[in-house]
Design a protein around this ligand. Sequence first.
Ligand code: NDP
Length: 678
Amino acid sequence: MSRLLESYAAGSWYSAPDEGRALLDASTGEEVARISSTGLDLAAMVDHARGVGGPAVRALTFHQRAGLLKSLAKHLGSDKDELYALSARTGATLRDSQVDIDGGIGTVFSYASKGARELPNDTIVLDGGTEQLGKTGVFLGQHLYTSRPGVAVQINAFNFPVWGMLEKLAPAFLAGLPTIVKPASDGAYLTEAVVRRIIDSGILPEGSLQLLCGSPEGLLDQLGAQDSVAFTGSAATGATLRQHPSVLHGGVQLGIEADSLNCSILGPDVATDDPEFDLFVKGVVAEMTVKAGQKCTAIRRAIVPSGIADAVVEAISARLATITVGNPTAEGVRMGALASLGQRDEVRKAVQALRGSAEIVFGDPDAVDVVGGDASTGAFISPILLRARAGATEPHDVEAFGPVSTVLTYDSLDEAIALAAKGQGSLAGSLVTHDPEVARTVTIGLAPWHGRILVLDRDDAPESTGHGSPLPVLVHGGPGRAGGGEELGGIRGVLHHMQRSAIQASPDMLTAITGRWTKGSAQLVDDVHPFRKSLAELTIGDTIRSASRTITLDDIGHFAEFTGDTFYAHTDPEAAAANPLFGGIVAHGYLVVSIAAGLFVEPNPGPVLANFGVDDLRFLTPVKAGDTIDVTLTVKQISPRNSADYGEVRWDAVVTNAEGQPVATYDVLTLVAKTLAS
Ligand code: NDP
C-alpha cells in the first residue's frame, strides 16, 4: 500500500488512523498515495492559526513579511525535480508542471517584491488622504486597513496543486493572516510535498501555514466573522459553501472562483493571411491543450465572424492534429492525461451535452491514440473541437473541464458581445484584432462580464503571456457565474484580506494612530536642523520654518534663460497680461520649488543622502515679481529600509506667500542614513 498523506496541524504532522482513499496516477492508474483526514482536530487547527500563527505574522511589518516571502520563493525554486516528478503523476507534462510549480513560485516572488516596494514598513495601510470634516480642520477622517485576527482558509481545485496554494498564500501572508490549505484530494501529494518543504525550511513563522489533507467536513463550523474562505472548484460545491450557516449567519467571508465559460473573439477585421488569424488559432489550441484544458481560464468558446468560420475550424483542426496525447513522461507527448478517470467521465458527459446544439468537428471523446500509456487505465482523451449550430445554448452553459472548445459565429460586433455575455460572467476573455475601433467597442462591451481581457495583435504578441495565464499583478476572478470573487491584482489582493475602516479624530490623534504626520497636528521646531538628524533621531513632526525670500523680475528672467523655459507667461509682459489666470509675468513653478529648496536645505555633508523625488506637487497661487515666499518642511513619514543603512523620509512641504496663502504644496522624498557616520 502507498504512503498515507499527512496533514500539518497545530505544529506537527498528523497521520490518520485509517487507510484512507487511494489517489491514482492519472496516466497509469497506479496508486501514488492515500488520503484521509479522519480524527484530525480541525478546531485545534483553527485555534493554532488564530492564537499562534496570526500573532506571529502580525508582529512583522509588511517589509519583513515580504522578506520572508522572498526567502521562501528562493528556497522553493531550488531543486524542483522531485516536484516535477510528482506533478507528472497528476497527468501534467513538463510545460504544465512549470505553469503550476514555477508559476506558483513566481507569484510568491512577485508579492515579495510588491510588498517591499508598495506597502509601508508598517503593519497598517493608509487608504487615501485625510478628509476635513469640520470648518477649522480640528476634526478629520482617514481610511486605513488593518489585519484581521482571523484565519484564511483556502479550498483548492485539483488542476493547480502548487500555484493554487501559493497564489492565495502570498497575499494572505502579506496581509498578516495565517493560512489553512485544503488541496483537492487528486494531486494533494504534490501540495503536501511543497508544504513539507516550507515547514522544514522554518522560514515562515509557526502557525502561519497548516495543511489539511482529506475531507474538510466540519471546518467551516469552526470559522467566524474575522475568517475567510477562498474556494476554487465547481459551481456546485461553491453553491454548497454559500449556504453554510457560518457564511449565511456567521459573517465568514467567502470568495468563489468557479466554472467559467471563457471566450476568445476573432475581430471582423482579420483575414486568413493576417498575423492575427494565426495568433487566434494558436491561442485556442494552446488553451485547449495546456493542462489538457483543465484550466479555469481556458477558452471554451471561440467566437468568430461567420464568413471566416470554415477557415478557422480548418486551421484549429490542423493544429490539433499535431498534438500527441500520452503519458507526460513519454518522449514527444504534448498533452497529458486528465486528473482522473472520474474527470474523464465528466468531460465525456459534458461533450455529450454540448452535442445537443453543436457538431464535433475534430476529435472523438471515446477514442484517442495514446503514447506511452493505455486509455483503459489512464485518463486520456483527445482534444475535441465542436461547431455550434445557430441559436446554440449549451456552449454558454456547459463547462467541459478538459481539452474541449466550441466555435460559434457572429455577424455583427453587437452579436459577438451578446454571445460573450451569454456565459454569464467569466474569468478571462480575449479579443484578437488589429483594429482600434473594434478593440474599444468589444473591450467596453465585454468588460462588465469579465475579470480580465486580453487584446491580442501583432504588436503585443511577442511579449503576450496568452489568454489563460493569470498574472500576480493583474486581477484574477470574474463576475457572475465565475464566482464573483477577485484574487491577485498586486496589492489589491492583499487589501482584500484586510479590513478598511474610517477613523475620525483630531489631527494629533490621527498622527499618533497612523504614524504619519497629519496636517494640523503638532510641529516640533528645535535648534537642530532636521537635515542634521539621522533616521534614528528624527521624529514625526520635526519641522523647519525657513527664512523668506523676495522673488525679483531678474530671478524670473535668469531662470527662463538658464533653463530655456521661456514660456510667454514668464518672459513676455504683454502676452502675460492677456493671460486670464495670471494677468502679468509670473515666476515659474519650478523656480518657486527650487528657491524653496534653497531656503530649507542644510548644505553640509550629513545624514541626508539623496532627494529621490517629490509627490503630489501642486502650484496653488501665482508668484509675481516682488512677492515674498517662505517654506515649511515637516517630517511626515519615516520608513527604515530593512536591508539598507538608510531609510526614506517623506517631508510635507508648504510654500507660502507674505499673505499666508499656500503657493505650492508637495511631499519631498529623501533617503536618510539610519545613524550618523562617526
Ligand atoms: P469540487 O468543487 O468538487 O472540488 C474543489 C475543492 O473543493 C476540492 O478541494 C474538494 O475537495 C473541495 N470540496 C468538495 N466538496 C466540498 C465540500 N462540501 N465542502 C468543502 N470543500 C469541498 O471540484 P472538482 O475539483 O472535483 O472539479 C469538478 C468540476 O469543477 C470540474 O470538472 C470543473 O468543471 C470544475 N472546476 C472548475 C474550476 C475553475 O476554476 N473554473 C477549477 C476546478 C474545477 P476534494 O478534492 O477532497 O473532494
